[in-house]
Design a protein around this ligand. Sequence first.
Ligand code: APR
Length: 246
Amino acid sequence: MEPSLRVAADILRAAPSVACLTGAGVSAESGVPTFRDAQTGLWARYDPQRLASPQGFRDDPGLVWRWYMARLTAVEQAQPNKGHLALAHMQERWPGFPVITQNVDDLHERAGSTHVIHLHGNIAQFHCHQCGTAHTLSAEERRAPAPPICKACGGPVRPGVVWFGESLPADALAAALEAVSACGVLLVVGTSGLVYPAAQLPLIAKRAGSRLIEINLEPSPLSSWADVVLRGPSGEVFPALLDASV
Ligand code: APR
């Protein structure tokens, strides 16, 4: 067994409580492109950080709407991978095991995780950009080239995700802060650690005395804080870590 995997397994085995922070890398093996992967096909020439912003939506609501409808279709066609499934199994050993995710897909839930905290919202939920009224999308609206109009105020409907420059949902952030402050071990998986406040959570955990285990394909700004780094795809490393920690 790889020395780093053995060290991580020993840390996990002894953990009184565990939490996990996931990023787009966990969904990558399900075919959902990460945020910083080059956008593919039609979207290659657009900057995702521009599309995922209030300014981008104001400038061209139709373009942003079509981008999100394409991403929503990709998420619906994706299946949870072995990394999602291994995470879901962890709640059998650590009841209430919180999965704090930056991902806007529902793959953790579809894998069986029941305590998921969505820091950046959910791509399959919609509300009015102007008055916040929740909106249930019709099949016709789903196919339309421009966002639906809010029935309450006439404003444009938008996806329920957090855009650049917007605040995170206060309840999700509070739950995430509580989870990382109370866990013995925090698993940090498939995130570039570039976007705040999510990227602050591992540092808060560390300062509260947690051990950090990072799983990523490549180094991140969080790697230097980790007690152990497991370099590889989460769909392979996660199940191996779980098996080795029994
Ligand atoms: N297994 C593990 N890690 C992976 C895998 C994989 N199969 N594939 C990619 N990664 C890693 C990459 O090395 C990178 O560090 O996942 C990370 C993906 O980074 P980002 O695309 O920046 O995704 P994320 O960290 O979730 O971005 C945070 O920023 O763009 C906004 O709101 C968006 O939620 C997103 C947030």
